[in-house]
Design a protein. Sequence first.
Length: 126
Amino acid sequence: MRARASSALLYLGLLAIPTRRLFLGDLWSDHAARGGLAAQAVAFLQQGGYVEILTSTVWDTSWLLPEDSLAGRLLHTLIGYTDRPSAAQLVVYLFTVALILTLMYSQRRSRAATPRPAVAEITSRS
């Protein structure tokens, strides 16, 4: 009974959010996750000895939010959180997110600039 009630509340709550805003939040979390995956790939390459540049630690937030805590693991899964990222991880994370945003907005602009035929033209050709 509780599962049905919580499912119904979740469903009704999602219906209350405007669709555009719902997917905008999903889009941003997707960008963050992709940046996190790229940064994690750099960490693996650094640990394997394949990348030996920018290995210094940028910051240490392990005192505030350790990566092995429940919240740290959740953030690591969702957005690629690392409590002690290297400079290369930070550069790759920011570059990946910037590249995705640039490509997304350039695609949006090119679609907006392309003239679309009017509805009357489409129906008159049929």
